[in-house]
Design a protein around this ligand. Structure first.
Ligand code: PLP
Length: 355
């Protein structure tokens, strides 16, 4: 489990430009071209569905995934929540992978606000839900149990691309059992670039998918929920109830549209930088790099807890910002980190451990 609160960074200092920030791919700043695109975006009141840029972003995204409709949200958490509340009513249940963000890091919003039970399901070595793990968790029609309505998947999970055959198998079982499938695709574009599978084939059996524009794609804010018209209509009502109806928000959607049109294919640079980092760090005896997990933009390392503070101080003094947690820690590559930066990071680690 990650903690978002034990960074060595003094929050009053400026982050961008001054530090190589390995904590997350959410820390990127919009490029000048992205800001120019936002500046030129035609605006309107989106609660009246009159913001042209939001409308364009939504139809562009729906088309990319070959689905009916899309809806712009301020965050991935709100988009996942609106999806769960659109699929499930009070007293119903969503089955979710135990370590998936929508179970472990979204404050159980669906239970707190919607009286929907979130039941954690164990996943396999690659963080996948399997047909076997799911079968026993779908409740029979019995008043002792909540009514199972939804299965929530995630792709990528901790940077790992999920096996598409397993996803499709789980979807078949769920649909046969009368359940819907929601996918937290916060980093689905990383899965697309790594696997070479189209966005359509990654989600063709999925009923709703939430994607993030601010995780690796360089947009400052924003997520989209994508699905059929009926679901998106319901989600729109829920978004308003959650306080997510925004006004001239094309100023942000313009960044999102730019991100979808320009910043997907370049994710392969982040993936190669992650591989380069994993290669460099794996030469250090005192570090364990779980190399097989480095599929997209995340590298996981383990080392003695006793040196955690000293190592993060050393890195910070050399302008490398990290968040270490006991057990495995992640290092995340993104557009704010160049190949030269990767070589600098490796040198800093080598200097700490080997001198
Ligand atoms: C896999 C995943 N899903 C959803 C979210 C939530 O997104 P947001 O921070 O925009 O609420 C995150 C955030 O890091 C995430 O990593």
């Amino acid at each position: 489990m990650y903690s978002y609160h034990n960074s060595t960074l003094n929050q009053s200092t400026s982050i961008s430009g001054t530090l190589i920030d390995l904590r997350s791919d959410t820390v990127t700043l919009p490029s000048e071209d992205m800001l120019k695109a936002a500046y030129r975006s035609p605006l309107g009141d989106d609660v009246y569905s009159e913001d042209f840029t939001v409308l364009e972003l939504q139809s562009f995204a729906a088309e990319m995934f070959h689905k009916d409709s899309a809806l712009f949200f301020p965050s991935g958490t709100q988009s996942n929540l609106a999806a769960i509340l659109s699929h499930c009513n009070r007293g119903e249940e969503a089955l979710v992978g135990r370590e998936y963000h929508s179970f472990s890091h979204e404050a159980h919003g669906a239970s707190v606000l919607g009286s929907v039970a979130l039941s954690p399901i164990d996943t396999n070595y690659n963080d996948e839900l399997t047909v076997e793990s799911l079968k026993n968790e779908i409740k029979p029609d019995d008043s002792h149990y909540p009514i199972t309505k939804l299965v929530c998947l995630e792709n990528t999970v901790s940077g790992k691309v999920q096996d598409q055959h397993k996803i499709d198998e789980v979807c078949r079982l769920a649909h046969k059992s009368g359940l819907k499938i929601h996918l937290d695709g916060a980093r689905i574009f990383h899965a697309h670039v790594h696997s070479g599978l189209s966005l359509e084939s990654l989600t063709s059996n999925i009923d709703s998918v939430s994607v993030c524009l601010s995780k690796g794609l360089g947009s400052p804010i924003g997520s989209l929920l994508i699905g059929n018209e009926e679901l998106i209509e319901k989600a729109k009502r829920i978004r308003k109830l959650l306080g997510g109806g925004m006004r001239q928000v094309g100023i942000i959607a313009g960044c999102g549209l730019y991100a979808l049109q320009n910043n997907i294919e370049r994710l392969s640079d982040d993936h190669s930088n992650a591989k380069r980092l994993a290669d460099g760090l794996s030469t250090i005896e005192q570090l364990e790099v779980t190399y097989e997990e480095t599929q997209t933009n995340m590298v996981f390392i383990e080392f003695s807890e006793a040196i955690e503070g000293e190592l993060s101080r050393h890195l910070f003094e050399n302008k490398v910002n990290t968040t270490f947690t006991s057990g495995k820690s992640r290092l995340v590559c993104h557009m704010g980190i160049s190949t030269e930066n990767i070589d600098h990071i490796i040198k800093c680690f080598v200097k700490f451990f080997c001198h």
